[in-house]
Design a binder for this molecule. Structure first.
Ligand code: ARG
Length: 265
């Protein structure tokens, strides 16, 4: 995670960002700290990236890389405003290659890390789901599959509000997902139905409340507090929803998952 010390909405690169709507920096920090403490309270180790002045979206740490079994496929951001973030993530992993064993693979193709890549370790022997349509180029999907050595399925995003895969789909545990069908092309929905017949389906209200931008440990599902409908559906499916309020981060077009880069050692 990366503290929101320099977080502001001073450019608009997704439909949620409005440069005229001010962010309350103290509230953003407070909400982010509650998220960090919630994850720590669930037993996770939270490492911090040093925030950099002039990179206001660094708080959305999920976009900096995507790792599977110790291999890290680096990000290459679509927009120049965020391009400088990639090297801060790269340095973090490279500094820890010994003793943690990270192997960093530099990307050639445009991709925004965990924003557009999800991993299900026990689905089909280890499956990567990859989004394209707004940020990540489909050429990066092939590059990621080569770098990581896992089967990868490409999914086309068609709705600008859900510009990253992680705004429309989330891994709930090692084998199952939740997703909002309206964010995907009809064919990609058919593929998701084929792969995940028992998926938790979200509706438009859940997706608009950023409910799918969640972090799950397989049981506890940390999600934006506004997504009350999805929280109920998750409870019915046997998960424990843990709501957190991230209203200030939503002004940048992100929520829980965007703030967290998962480390798959
Ligand atoms: N303002 C950021 C952007 O548009 C938000 C990124 C949200 N991150 C995510 N993983 N969906 O790039």
């Amino acid at each position: 995670m990366c503290p929101p010390d320099h977080y502001v909405v001073e450019y608009a690169i997704n439909p949620w960002m409005d440069t005229r709507a001010p962010v309350d920096p103290d509230l953003a920090t407070k909400q982010w700290e509650i998220l960090r403490d919630t994850l720590a309270g669930l037993g996770h180790t939270v490492h911090l990236l040093d925030p950099v002045a002039g990179l206001p979206d660094m708080v959305f740490a999920a976009n900096g890389a995507f790792s599977v079994d110790g291999v890290v496929y680096g990000a290459r951001f679509r927009y120049p405003q965020r391009a400088g973030e990639a090297s801060t993530h790269r340095r973090w992993y490279e500094a820890r290659s010994v003793p943690d064993g990270w192997r960093f693979v530099a990307p050639r193709e445009t991709n925004e890390g965990e924003g557009d890549f999800a991993y299900l370790p026990d689905a089909y022997g280890g499956l990567i789901l990859a989004g394209y349509g707004f940020r990540t180029e489909i050429a990066a999907h092939a590059e990621a599959q080569e770098a990581l050595g896992r089967a990868l399925v490409s999914l086309r995003l068609v709705e600008p509000r859900f510009y990253h895969l992680d705004t429309a789909l989330a891994a709930l545990d090692d084998t199952n997902v939740a997703y909002y069908p309206g964010a995907f092309s009809d064919s990609s929905v058919a593929v998701l139905r084929q792969l995940f017949p028992h998926a938790v389906l979200a509706d438009a209200a859940d997706a608009d409340a950023f409910g799918l931008n969640l972090v799950s440990d397989g049981r506890n599902v940390v999600l934006n507090a506004e997504a009350t409908g999805l929280a109920n559906r998750l409870r019915e499916a046997g998960y424990t929803p843990i709501p957190v309020d991230l209203s200030e981060l939503k002004k940048g077009g992100g929520s829980v998952k965007c703030c967290v880069a998962e480390l798959r050692v």
